[in-house]
Design a protein around this ligand. Structure first.
Ligand code: CA
Length: 243
């Protein structure tokens, strides 16, 4: 049984979402304000967060919920014209978004996909390496030369997928289908934001992570995510970009 923290101040929408979720056997905790959401400290599997809240800024609530519910999948709900909110929300730690009015069938399909992904380990070798990057697929942890990357669930999935074909093009469609279980048009923003976050985190690893090593014979720097415009991405060991 999966638990959902539903944060929605609109009575009509909240009631509809709650009954749809309850009918699918989710345990729903419905709160109507940002502060009530932040006060809910019990662990949940999923957070469904309306960004337009009466008391607090929804993006800030998202940021704080990400810290409290580290392992949960966070899906934000935004108004039709809320494109900026979507990007800010994803950057604040949301895994996905839905635009209101939300189609219940789409919502339920998406939540199922997220939860399935969160609970199913990737069916490949348990450790994957690309240059100085090492990924433990079972533990869902990644290191660049002994420095652990602090990755969110989707960032990890994305990195693991790119690392499955190091040095090769992985198309946007493949990433959307395999990491998000989606292939529709609107969601690709999610991909862009997650790629950007992943790049930032990889770039934050200092190249000389271990000065005791006899560089340059050992590459201690993080691999890079290369954009192939309009097509997809390629993860490659940093040494190969230096020529
Ligand atoms: Ca609202």
């Amino acid at each position: 049984v999966s638990s959902v923290l539903l944060v929605e101040d609109d009575e009509t929408i909240g009631r509809a979402l709650r009954s749809a979720l309850t009918s699918q056997r989710y345990v729903v905790i419905w709160v109507r304000t940002g502060s009530a959401a932040l006060n809910h400290e019990q662990e949940v599997d999923l957070v469904l967060l309306d960004l337009g809240l009466p008391d607090l800024d929804g993006v800030e609530v998202c940021r704080q919920l990400r810290v409290v519910h580290r392992g949960a999948v966070i899906v934000i709900l935004t108004a039709r014209d809320g494109e900026i909110d979507v990007i800010l929300g994803l950057e604040a730690g949301a895994d996905d978004y839905l635009v209101k009015p939300v189609r219940l069938s789409e919502l339920l399909a998406r939540l199922r996909a997220h939860l399935r992904r969160a609970s199913t380990p990737l069916p490949q070798a348990p450790v994957r390496t690309v240059g100085a990057l090492r990924i433990d697929l079972d533990a869902r942890r990644a290191w660049v030369h002994e420095r652990e990357l602090d990755l969110r669930a989707k960032e990890f999935d994305l990195l693991a997928r790119l690392a499955a074909d190091p040095g090769q093009l992985v198309t946007r469609e493949t990433l959307m289908a395999e990491v998000w279980d989606e292939n529709w048009y609107g969601s690709t923003k999610t991909l862009d934001v997650h790629i950007a976050a992943l790049r930032r985190k990889l770039a934050d690893i200092p190249a000389d992570a271990d000065p005791s090593l006899p560089s340059p014979t050992v590459d201690t720097s993080a691999p890079v995510v290369v954009t192939l415009r309009g097509r997809g991405y390629r993860l490659q060991a940093s040494s190969s970009t230096r020529g």
